[in-house]
Each structure stands twice: as C-alpha cells, then as structure tokens.
Design a protein around this ligand. Sequence first.
Ligand code: RE
Length: 372
Amino acid sequence: HNQINKTNHDELLINSNAHTPPMGPLIIEITPKEQNTIMRVGRLLAQAFDSYEDFDYISKIHLYAFQFLPERITRLLNNFSTDFSQNQYGAIVFRGLVDVDQEALGTTPPNWQNTDYKKLNIYGFICSLLHGAIPSKPVQYFVQRKGGGIMHAIIPDANMDYSQTGSGSKTDLFVHTEDAFLYNQADFISLLYLRNEEEVPSALYSIRSHGAMDNDMDALFEEIYKCPKDGNYTIENEKTNSKLTSILYGNRKWPFMRFDAAEQIFNEKVEQSPKAMKNLLSFWDKAKNLIYDKFIPDSGDMIFVNNHLCAHGRNSFVAGQKRKNGKIIQCERRQMLRMMSKTSLINIRHVTHINDPYLIIEEHYGDLFDLE
Ligand code: RE
C-alpha cells in the first residue's frame, strides 16, 4: 500500500469549481484506541518530565509529537498549518480527545488564580504535543496574567461575571481573534474542555465562510482601525489607543483576519473614525450571520483554532447551574484549558523576553512592556 497517504487537499483542489464556503469546523471523532494512546503518552511524559514547561521537553515537542501521537491526528494538524485555502474553515473539533477523571479533578476553583496546575499536568503535555504536531511552539503572553504559564485555566469568576474576558459568564463573549490588539498574536489556540456541565455552546466565526473577498471587503484591508487592549485593561493613554491596523491581511482574495467585535465595535471608548466604524458595522452585518454556534463542548473535547482564520467566543451562561428535566439544578462550574502557540520563535524575537524566547512582552501594537 501507499507509504505516503495523500491528504484530501488534492481532491479538494480538483473539485474547487463547484465551491461552497465552509460554514463550520471540521469535527473529528477520536476513537477509543486513539484516546487511549493519547492518555498513555500524557502519563508517560508526565513521569519522564516534571512539567510540560520543562525546557528539555518543550524544546523537543515536535519530535515527541511526531513519534507518539496517533498518526491520523498528526497528519490533520500538520495539514492545518499549511492549508489556508478556500476550504479551510480554520477550526478543528476533536471530540473525546482526552478522558477527564472528574473525581480526580475535584471541584472547580473559584477563579483561575486558585488553579492547582499539578492536577492539570497531563493535559499540559497533551495540549503541547498537539501544538507540536503543527509544528508550532507554545508561548505565553505577558499581557495575559503576566505570562502565567503556557497553559491557562479558564474559569468563570463570580467577581468578573460581566467582563469580556475568559473569567466572564453572564454576557455573551463576542467572537474575536485572540489578542487582536497585538501584532504578534497567537497563530494557533487550543481550547480543551474539562467540564461544561452548563452546556454552553462555543461560537466560531471563520473569514472563509464569506467565500472569496470581493470589492466590498477592500476597505477592511486599510490600516484605519483601532483595537484597545482587552477587557482586563482600561484604556489609559492616547498614544497606545491611536495605533491603527487593518482587519484583513495576507492574501487579498483569501485573507487572514484580526478582529474583535466587542472591543472594536461595541466598546464605546474605542473612538473609531466615522469611516472605520461605518466599515466595521457593515462587515459585522454580514459576519454575525456566519457565526457557528451549534457545538456544545463535552468533557474531554478540544477546539483547535487557526487564530488568523477563525474567531471564537461563547454564549452567556449562569456558572454552576444546569437544566435537567426542566428543572435548574446545581453543577460543577465550567473549566477549560487554553494554550497558544507561534510557528516561529525567530520572527517574534523582537517582542520576547531577553531570557525567555517563549514569553511575548508586546503590550499593544508593537509597544513592549518595560520589565527591566
Ligand atoms: Re478568547
């Protein structure tokens, strides 16, 4: 048989005449055998290394990914890093990627600050391996939690429940590409759901769902749009708030996207120019109809996103409450693990910490944090 399997890519190119845009993520059902392999590899690595942040481990993740991950998953992710075509939605759902022992996980902490990362070690290894298969390097951003490690627990926090951040819950989290206020935002993001008993749907929105760009979209390539830092910050000075970027970039017909609906359109303090706001509103008019929100993550599911093609968000919810037989009952609060990665540490060296090329210290559009 074929030593080297051809991917679907070639077939898709042949059929590209009768093209309908991708309207939702690729959904992959992980087989029990694959899940088994993944859990075993996670356990093995957790025994061999103390932490998924161990330098010896993290500098070799591509090697480990290609050696140990089930081949089907490695192939899919490898293809994901090079396919920016009209067929590429920019998000893959891996259903049942990991088996989460709910009892061992214990009760969800009140907020991310109280996370016990020792309990999450195996998931850190597994998530980093998937990024390694792209191949891409897990990184952390000083602008989020002052770094806070390469994997962040995302937990609803009762004190922040109305915020447009990962700690919010009571308002819809509008679709956004991660860190739209940075030039060196994540290339890839993984969202691993440990529990989602509230059954909160995830929202995804891909620029590919519009099909090819037409002249209508030209205005979005102009560098006339502001994006404030996210809801964790207040807009503090005029200098950083006045930097302008485009929404679309890269190829004119099949572009990439940097977009945050909440911050760029609905944040009243953003002060877009009238022209920019008019363009954003007519863009949002189309975009909002293309949002996919049919997927409700279950425990063990992962959403893997190309952050240049696909935006993410979620509906509002009441943390710690679920509906059963028409009644509202108490449940364990939602818990998700996020990891972000860059495909090159070389291209971001001008914005990484002097002693840590995995720590990005960009604060807002090219401005750096002063950490001296
Ligand atoms: Re996000």
